[in-house]
Design a protein around this ligand. Sequence first.
Ligand SMILES: CC(C)(COP(=O)(O)OP(=O)(O)OC[C@H]1O[C@@H](n2cnc3c(N)ncnc32)[C@H](O)[C@@H]1OP(=O)(O)O)[C@@H](O)C(=O)NCCC(=O)NCCS
Length: 201
Amino acid sequence: VPHSVSTWLDQPPPSKIDSGVIRLTRPALADADALVTAINSCLDHLRPWMPWAQHPADRKSIITFLNEAEESWNDRGQFLYLVRLEGEPEVVGGCGLHARRGRGVLEIGYWIHVEHVGNGYATRLARALTDTAFALPGVEVVEIHHDKANGRSKRVPEKLGFSFVGEKPDVADAPGEVGLDWTWRAFRDRWPSGTAPRVEG
Ligand SMILES: CC(C)(COP(=O)(O)OP(=O)(O)OC[C@H]1O[C@@H](n2cnc3c(N)ncnc32)[C@H](O)[C@@H]1OP(=O)(O)O)[C@@H](O)C(=O)NCCC(=O)NCCS
């Protein structure tokens, strides 16, 4: 997973985020087998949209991924989480906050296992990640990007009240994509949760 070192973010988000039935945790090597199982049991669902899901996962590739996730967390380049349902061991998705859109901006990414879609989980985790992002000093904007063709992903920022920024050409790096990026933004001052502390100065 490519990432850039984020020098502007002074502190990382929490390693665990609970939002109702959804539990987000910073991944550990002990999660490798659960993650391999989750990805490989819905590869056809992920392949159109996720560049990393073009081939089945295996223990080796996932250990590499988990090591990179750990490194990029420590560098404050990106903060990846595994998604589980409360009290359940299975991984039902993945998500993250990425510091790759410039100073003051965190981007949210997500996927949910095909057996668990349509329950509002992606929307719920994106809301929790937006709350989390705005609780970090220095974060002014949260973005969600999806390919124009990904209508299900589009519903997430739309339902959360993100503002549509626009469409721009992008690399189509997964087979469902048409190569048009749609960008959505939430702004600290206008985010409705009311939990984000103001940063002075
Ligand atoms: C996109 C994804 C994360 C959505 O997860 P989810 O937990 O089902 O999302 P939610 O339940 O919060 O919302 C999904 C919305 O898409 C809608 N939807 C379902 N199928 C759809 C379709 N074919 N076209 C448009 N909307 C669709 C749902 O009805 C729901 O909207 P609603 O609440 O207005 O009814 C999941 O489908 C997924 O993992 N897809 C593959 C990976 C991916 O595309 N990731 C995002 C890359 S930007």
